[in-house]
Write a protein that binds this ligand. Structure first.
Ligand code: ADP
Ligand code: MG
Length: 269
């Protein structure tokens, strides 16, 4: 016998600890265990400190995994965040209001946000920015367009999955419905949209962006009663952000055009 009994049992205990961590699927902690034990020895960490350090590693990796899962689920079309938005370029936007929305307090009382404005003014960017903030602070978020939502509900109705589809759209703490009014909704689209809005009413927040001014909703839906009922739910508790500034897309385009023009002029002179 060369190994002394205490060393044996210590080695076995270490193996058992690794096995426990693996059984509990605390894989990051299992992997970090030798490193933390070494640190505990060399830095003379207390038992509490060593355990805290070990579990912190597992918590961080779990958080990262959950965040990635929520981001995947959310289907955000772009990686934008609120800090990417250039407020100086869009003086039509109330920066204070957007910063307030970015605190996500509106989720607490199931308030809605309505972005209204012509194409290119940043409605989608702001919606995505708020959605990303919500994902990052742990909320379940889903991004869709009005046309996609209508198509999905239509398909679900045909396939006898209407209730499941409605449950899906009721689920997220924040639902973003982009581009309402860009494409004409199919006949059953407006009523699907109404039902989604109605079942979320006072329960969870919806961000809706549209190029159709509120006064013109009746026309856009082809049904004044549905439009009025939907607006009633949406606006009961809502922040309405009207953006009527210049199109950022066109701005970039114009800058590009004027650079080209200048280059041509310089060459001519
Ligand atoms: P909308 O949804 O109103 O049509 P988008 O949000 O899609 O407009 O914006 C159009 C393009 O212009 C996007 O590439 C977006 O990143 C950019 N953009 C718009 N407004 C701003 C802004 N204020 N700061 C930075 N980029 C902007
Ligand atoms: Mg858009």
């Amino acid at each position: 016998m060369t190994t002394s009994p205490p060393a044996m049992s210590e080695a076995r205990r270490y193996q058992q600890l690794r096995a426990h961590l693996a059984y509990l699927k605390l894989n990051e902690a299992a992997e970090a265990l030798p490193r933390i034990l070494d640190a505990a020895r060399t830095e003379r960490l207390s038992l509490t400190a060593a355990l805290e350090r070990l579990l912190e590693i597992e918590v961080e990796s779990t958080e990262a995994r959950k965040l990635a899962g929520r981001l995947r689920f959310a289907c955000l079309p772009e990686p934008w965040s609120i800090s990417d938005f250039d407020f100086a370029a869009q003086p039509g936007v109330d920066e204070k209001l957007i910063r307030d929305l970015a605190t996500l307090r509106f989720l607490d009382d199931a308030s809605n946000v309505l972005f209204v404005g012509p194409p290119g003014v940043g409605k989608t960017m702001l919606s995505v920015g708020l959605a990303r903030a919500a994902v990052e602070s742990g909320h379940r978020v889903y991004f869709t367009t009005a046309a996609d939502l209508a198509a999905r509900c239509h398909k679900a109705a045909i396939e006898g999955r209407w209730a499941t589809c409605m449950r899906f759209f009721a689920g997220p703490r924040l639902l973003v419905i982009d581009e309402l009014g860009y494409l004409p909704l199919p006949s059953d689209g407006a009523s699907a949209l109404f039902q989604v809005i109605n079942q979320r009413y006072l329960k969870s927040s919806t961000i809706l962006s549209t190029n159709v001014g509120i006064a013109d909703w009746a026309g856009a839906f082809g049904d004044a009663t549905v439009a009025a009922a939907m607006l009633d739910r949406l606006l009961h508790r809502a922040a309405v952000v009207g953006i009527d500034g210049p199109s950022y897309r066109l701005r970039a385009h114009q800058n590009h055009a004027s650079t080209l023009r200048q280059a041509v002029n310089n060459r001519a002179s």
